[in-house]
Design a protein around this ligand. Structure first.
Ligand code: C2O
Ligand code: CU
Length: 486
């Protein structure tokens, strides 16, 4: 049986009919890719916290990173690190970030969770061409977007509340391999409402980007570009937290704020501590993709689909000093470890019973629409039975109006909306799930589920995206445009 090599080939290259993939669709998203390099031992690397971006410029370039012992990993990076530098901006204060492309291929930058005008939203064909111009010319021929050569300045008005956002590559058909090679970083928005709360801060506020990767023998990232066996998603056999394999972090017996981001291409996690603290509810969730919840929610387990963020407070004083607390994935083993050290220290932090007042339900919708996420007979991933085509809008909501969007799946798909955060209003015609609370921009759907969201389209007209955030599905055309009309 010959399979067409389509993964990462770009939606535009798809077309001819292949095999009836749906017959072969497994129950879990993704397929495990084994490393050829010897695997590192867990809990030998130290957790690293990405540097905060100084200034407003990021250079995208190759860099050799020390991830595995004794080997280097040639990565695509923002400013030479993976994750890239953390961008910190202030709600209500406009910011710009200029990206220079010194990589050998075109790039696109999307601020995930950003409430951003269309021109700076990282539309997949609005590419930054590589230098020198000769290289750019090679790619220009195939592109019709709003492209630039060498650099581009993205403008972020930041008319949005405090939240954990992230930025990553979004190039048409090649987002999976580009993110896998290292193009992802945090972008934190802060505001007065959040600053006024006595939450853990400083060294006790940790952004944690969780990814899975496989490695070649020489230490480079192993990605099955062009291998249709991995069209359900690529799963690596090494878990990296902030780019380090199964790292360890020493913590005081005190409260910590963990801004958890699943930046994996396809892997979803069911995170839990081992041992669990007496009394359970180890994770006190304070925020979701779109910022603070109204009230904190305790969880024993946290389920994170690709691109989702959970902002949680964990009180390490609940374990005895000296305890090595493993953060595990109930489906896949170790993630990282927190070693609780030292005697009890001063901890001025608290989690107040009311965190925010800005989560009132949206008014009734002006209209409802249904989007079916499924696989075509040719193996492409589709929305409403269409593969992605730039410029073809599947919806034209009006500025300022509330709509209900119903997502229906065949298979597991984490579904992401650009421009506005939304509220989940029902799951399978029932109550929303434990992880659906607050303002979201990505909602996790399992096989054969239906989720309804409420969203209001605000501030910016133009073309935005709706897509699956399993990056292999996204690259295989599970995207759609929607146009916000005046
Ligand atoms: Cu995080 Cu359109 O993507
Ligand atoms: Cu999907």
């Amino acid at each position: 049986m010959r399979r067409r090599a389509v993964l990462g080939a770009g939606a535009a290259a798809l077309g001819a009919a292949g095999i009836g993939w749906s017959l072969l669709t497994p129950k879990l998203p993704g397929k495990l890719l084994h490393s050829r390099a010897p695997l590192p031992r867990p809990f030998e690397a130290r957790l690293a916290i990405p540097a905060v971006l100084a200034g407003e410029e990021i250079v995208q370039r190759e860099a050799d990173l020390a991830i595995l012992p004794g080997l280097t990993t040639r990565a695509w990076t923002y400013n030479g690190s993976f994750p890239g530098p953390t961008v910190i901006t202030r709600s209500g204060r406009a910011a710009t970030v200029t990206h220079r492309n010194q990589l050998p291929e075109p790039v696109v930058v999307h601020l995930h969770g950003g409430h951003t005008p269309a021109g700076s939203d990282g539309y997949p064909i609005d590419q930054i061409m590589p230098l020198p111009p000769a290289a750019a010319h090679h790619y220009m021929a195939t592109m019709a977007g709003d492209t630039t050569v060498g650099a581009r300045t993205y403008r972020y008005p930041m008319q949005q509340r405090a939240a954990t956002l992230w930025y990553h590559d979004h190039r048409m058909g090649f987002t999976g391999p580009a993110v896998y090679r290292g193009l992802a970083g945090f972008h934190l928005v802060r505001d007065d409402e959040e600053d006024a709360l006595p939450l853990p801060r400083g060294e006790r506020e940790l952004p944690l980007m969780i990814t899975d990767r496989a490695f070649e023998e020489d230490g480079s990232f192993r990605y099955p570009l062009g291998d249709a066996d991995y069209m359900n998603g690529v799963l690596g056999d090494v878990i990296l937290v902030n780019g380090r394999p199964w790292p360890v972090h020493e913590v005081d017996p005190a409260r910590y704020r963990l801004r958890l981001l699943n930046a994996s291409n396809a892997r979803r996690y069911r995170l839990q501590f081992d041992p669990q603290p007496p009394g359970g509810d180890a994770f006190v969730q304070i925020g979701s993709d779109g910022g603070l919840l109204t009230r904190p929610i305790g969880h024993d387990t946290l389920e994170l689909a690709p691109a989702e963020r959970f902002d949680v407070v964990v009180d390490f004083a609940r374990w005895k000093p000296g305890t090595k607390v493993r953060l595990i994935d109930r489906d896949g083993g170790d993630v990282m470890r927190f070693d609780v050290t030292g005697p009890k220290t001063d901890d001025p932090s608290r989690v107040p019973p009311v965190l925010s007042t800005s989560a009132e339900p949206l008014p009734p919708p002006k209209r409802s629409r249904t989007f079916r996420f499924g696989q075509g007979r040719d193996g492409t991933w589709r929305i409403n039975d269409l593969t992605y085509q730039p410029g073809r809008a599947l919806a034209r909501p009006r500025l300022g109006e509330v709509e209900h969007w119903r997502f229906v799946t065949d298979f597991h798909h984490p579904i992401h909306l650009h421009l506005n955060h939304f509220q989940v209003v029902s799951r399978n015609a029932n109550e929303i799930g434990e992880y659906d609370k607050g303002w979201k921009d990505t909602v996790d759907l399992r096989a054969s589920e239906a989720v309804e969201i409420a969203v209001r389209f605000t501030d910016y007209t133009g073309t935005f995206m709706l897509h699956c955030h399993n990056l292999e599905h996204e690259d295989m055309a599970m995207m759609a445009d929607f146009v916000v009309e005046p």
